[in-house]
Structures are given as C-alpha cells and as structure tokens.
Design a protein around this ligand. Structure first.
Ligand code: GAR
Length: 212
C-alpha cells in the first residue's frame, strides 16, 4: 500500500512530532512524515525535524496580522505543494478557520492533553488538578470547526496522584501522548477509522480505551 503523506504542524518543541517521526521510520508504518510545518520560525521542533532529514516549512502567522483566512490559505498552499494526504496538529497553537478545516474532513488529527470533552482549551493539567480530577490523560481526535471537539480516535488515561505537581502530571500525560498519536495515525492511514454518527469506529468497532 502507498504510504500516506503526512504533514505535522507544530508551534513549539515538537515532542509529539518526534514521536510520529520515530514511528514512521518503520517501513511497515503506513504513513511517512513528508513535511513539518510551523507557524513560528523559531519553533524548536523545526531543528529536530531537519536533523531527521525531514522537509520543513514556515508560515509565520505574524505576517498575516488578524487575517486568519489568509494565514490558512497560505497553509493550504504549502500542504498542496507537498501533496499532503493527512495533517497532524501536534502542539499547533493556532485556531483554524472553518473554511480550512472543511478541506480536511477526517484527514486532519489533533492531540489534546486532556480526556476530551473535559478540559478543552489551555492549561489543562493545572485545571485538572484544581478540579480534583482523579483521572486525566490525552485525546487524539479528528479536527472539526469547533475547537477541541471532533470524533475521538484514541484516548489514553493516567491516574492523578495525591500531591501531583502540574509538571509531574504533564510529564505522565505526555508519555501517553507519545504512544497514542502514532497509534491513532497508523489506524487512520490504514483507512481503518470510520466516522458514524459523530463517533469513530475502528474496523467497525467502538474505540477502545487504554489501561491506566
Ligand atoms: C502537547 O502536550 C499537546 O498535547 C499540546 O501541546 C503540547 C505540545 O508539545 N497541545 C495543545 O495543547 C493543543 N491545544 P510538543 O510540542 O512537545 O508535542
């Protein structure tokens, strides 16, 4: 089977990007990382991608001011230039316009550091601790126009420990992110994920959770 061409969109250090690059080194993995694209010229992950021999590009949002649609059109042009099949948002901290999202139906994934639909948005670990949540985790989902919504492809949970610091909890969740993102992309690239009534089915079955 032809490997799917994946673009990983980042804004920062790119540890999830690195996990996807690592997974795609396996010739049996159904996707290749064809491009790493950042909205920040100084994103740390760009250097990591270049060192791994992966093409990188930058569309600097600052150059577009408040014009989100123009920024998204520039993103789309780069994705088309690289003949991208699947987009993976990996710590990409820009809201995307509905018009852009509509061009990637069930072909754009995001990873969010919480068990969606809990704790959408920012500062998820701090808010989980403040809420006294006993379980926390990470979610990979298809991107829809609404932020941090969309059908869940994979979810992994961790226990919140008594006295956990935000940093300790974040690190435990990040380890889960690095497992579930490559696993979710693999399923999507293999064409095994189907959205029925707003929920993902994998090989026709509901998405399983990960053990704590
Ligand atoms: C990750 O924890 C990711 O889940 C989160 O940003 C971090 C990026 O780290 N994404 C969001 O909060 C999206 N709203 P990374 O650059 O090392 O992958």
């Amino acid at each position: 089977m032809q490997r799917k061409r994946v673009a990983v969109l980042i804004s920062g250090r790119g540890s999830n990007m690195a996990a996807l690059i690592e997974a795609a080194k396996d010739n049996d993995y159904p996707a290749e990382i064809a491009l790493v694209l950042s909205n920040r010229p100084n994103a740390g992950g760009l250097g990591v991608a270049r060192a791994a021999g992966i093409a990188t590009d930058v569309v600097d949002h600052a150059a577009f001011g408040k014009d989100r649609a123009a920024f998204d059109r520039a993103l789309q042009a780069v994705l088309e230039k690289y003949r991208i099949d699947i987009v993976c948002l990996a710590g990409f901290m820009r809201l995307l316009t509905p018009g852009f999202v509509a061009q990637w139906p069930e072909r754009m994934l995001n990873i969010h550091p919480a068990l969606l639909p809990a704790f959408k948005g920012l500062d998820t670990h701090k808010r989980a601790l403040a809420a006294g949540a006993k379980m926390h985790g990470a979610t990979v989902h298809f991107v829809v126009a609404e932020m941090d919504a969309g059908p869940i492809v994979a979810q992994g949970a961790v226990a919140v420990h008594t006295g956990d610091s935000e940093a300790a909890l974040a690190a435990r969740v990040l380890a889960v992110e690095h497992r579930i993102y490559p696993a979710a992309l693999k399923l999507v690239a293999e064409g095994r994920v189907q959205v029925v009534n707003g929920q993902c089915l994998i090989d026709g079955m509901p998405v399983p959770g990960l053990p704590v």
